[in-house]
Design a protein around this ligand. Sequence first.
Ligand SMILES: *[C@@H]1O[C@H](CO)[C@@H](O)[C@H](O)[C@H]1NC(C)=O
Ligand SMILES: *[C@@H]1O[C@H](CO)[C@@H](O)[C@H](O)[C@H]1NC(C)=O
Ligand SMILES: *[C@@H]1O[C@H](CO)[C@@H](O)[C@H](O)[C@H]1NC(C)=O
Ligand SMILES: *[C@@H]1O[C@H](CO)[C@@H](O)[C@H](O)[C@H]1NC(C)=O
Ligand SMILES: *[C@@H]1O[C@H](CO)[C@@H](O)[C@H](O)[C@H]1NC(C)=O
Ligand SMILES: *[C@@H]1O[C@H](CO)[C@@H](O)[C@H](O)[C@H]1NC(C)=O
Ligand SMILES: *[C@@H]1O[C@H](CO)[C@@H](O)[C@H](O)[C@H]1NC(C)=O
Length: 407
Amino acid sequence: MHSSSAACWLQIFLFFFFIVVSFLSSEGVNAAPAVKVGGSISKVEAAVNFHIYYGQTFKVIKNAIDGRSYLLLQNNSRIATRTKYCTSRIKSFVVPLSNYSVDTDFFPVSFFELLGLLGSLKGITSDSVASQCILKLYEAGEIEIINKDDQQKLAEFAAHFFSNTDQQQGCNFATFVPFAEDTPLQRAEWIKFLGVFANLEDRANQVYTTVKENYLCLAKIATTRTSFKPIVAWMDYSNGAWSFTKETYKLKYVEDAGGENIYGSINKITYNVSNPDDLDELHAILCTVEVVIDETLTSDPDNYTLSTFLQNINVEDNSCFGFLANKSLWRYDKRTQNSTTLDWYNGAVSQPQLVLADLIEVLFPTGNFTTTYFRNLPKEEGVISIGPQMCERDTFSAMEPTIIACG
Ligand SMILES: *[C@@H]1O[C@H](CO)[C@@H](O)[C@H](O)[C@H]1NC(C)=O
Ligand SMILES: *[C@@H]1O[C@H](CO)[C@@H](O)[C@H](O)[C@H]1NC(C)=O
Ligand SMILES: *[C@@H]1O[C@H](CO)[C@@H](O)[C@H](O)[C@H]1NC(C)=O
Ligand SMILES: *[C@@H]1O[C@H](CO)[C@@H](O)[C@H](O)[C@H]1NC(C)=O
Ligand SMILES: *[C@@H]1O[C@H](CO)[C@@H](O)[C@H](O)[C@H]1NC(C)=O
Ligand SMILES: *[C@@H]1O[C@H](CO)[C@@H](O)[C@H](O)[C@H]1NC(C)=O
Ligand SMILES: *[C@@H]1O[C@H](CO)[C@@H](O)[C@H](O)[C@H]1NC(C)=O
């Protein structure tokens, strides 16, 4: 009795020792795994907010955003049956996960679809999900809705994934934060984070590589084919003022699509339309812009039209607005579910090549390409409402990334 418990403590000690040593030795470098690895592995290439380390019967994910580490124990290892961590720094999970739940609040569920993991998704916190196939599974009773405050219920799943880092955390909670990354490809690489929980490293690597190659191919063509770089403004209206975005991944999209951001040429971000000086300045800026992306939040995207934009801009004479003359005013709410949940925060995160292809059409229109996420306000393009009837693939098989013709 006594000696076996001592052995157990020794094992725990060695675990911590290994984790500390591997973090210290491989932090920031592309170090080889310290121990021989049985299956396939994922290496993080571009993303900066998570790291993966491999042991023989376990793996460690370190999440740089909240400083937490997840110790993933292979379900067929002895250690998995004996060991459980739940401290403020380390949590353990048995992998592959037998099931999981998701806090749907701004959670890009499409990553699970690309991995083919909808079969073990058993709980969601609401039916506000911009995924036709998850809605279909929910309708068929395969997925239940759980109250996000019901800690006892949430604890029943092998893991509960969520994106909102402010939330109170249970022992089975894992934080998934692709939104913290600065570039579209860094965000897409978070598929590897989820793949590790399912021993699906090969699939995650394959999807990421496919997405990346398509993205880079589109970017290469877009940025080499022309010397004319249209000037683009991402802007949103709130509380009587317009603000230009400084979010890096959006600025990066514009650069990669062959455009130029107005952000680099303005003195300030926010312009109050009830302040005459601000309004003048806003007016002048908009006269220099070729493309506008209106990001204004609305509870009713269907009803957000060109006239809503003009009303919010509050400029009487818009004759100098080239983006209006050229019908180059867009929003990214083309795919929405029940009005308020945008696929922009879901599918667009895991498949940035689709967004880039959209933006290339937005900046250099051919009239020959149907955009996925962007709709044109002057052309009165409407919203597509996502519903369960739109799910056409086998829900339990993996969704394939959409490859855009390039070259
Ligand atoms: C481990 O996971 C695999 C794949 O889900 C499963 O087939 C197997 O039964 C599990 N083994 C144990 C001991 O739980
Ligand atoms: C999820 O898997 C765990 C074992 O890891 C099991 O105890 C639990 O009943 C499962 N929950 C659901 C909702 O399937
Ligand atoms: C804009 O100005 C109006 C009037 O001065 C004020 O009520 C409003 O709060 C301002 N909006 C912002 C975002 O500062
Ligand atoms: C549409 O928006 C306008 C304001 O832009 C508002 O007056 C109208 O009530 C809205 N219609 C619906 C059906 O919500
Ligand atoms: C309209 O767009 C074309 C390129 O697509 C550009 O050459 C032209 O200057 C634009 N017109 C205005 C008024 O901005
Ligand atoms: C849509 O959202 C509204 C309010 O958020 C809710 O009352 C309604 O039940 C939802 N409808 C569907 C079909 O999800
Ligand atoms: C539009 O697409 C068709 C086939 O996809 C192609 O043959 C045609 O050249 C394209 N037209 C333009 C203007 O790009």
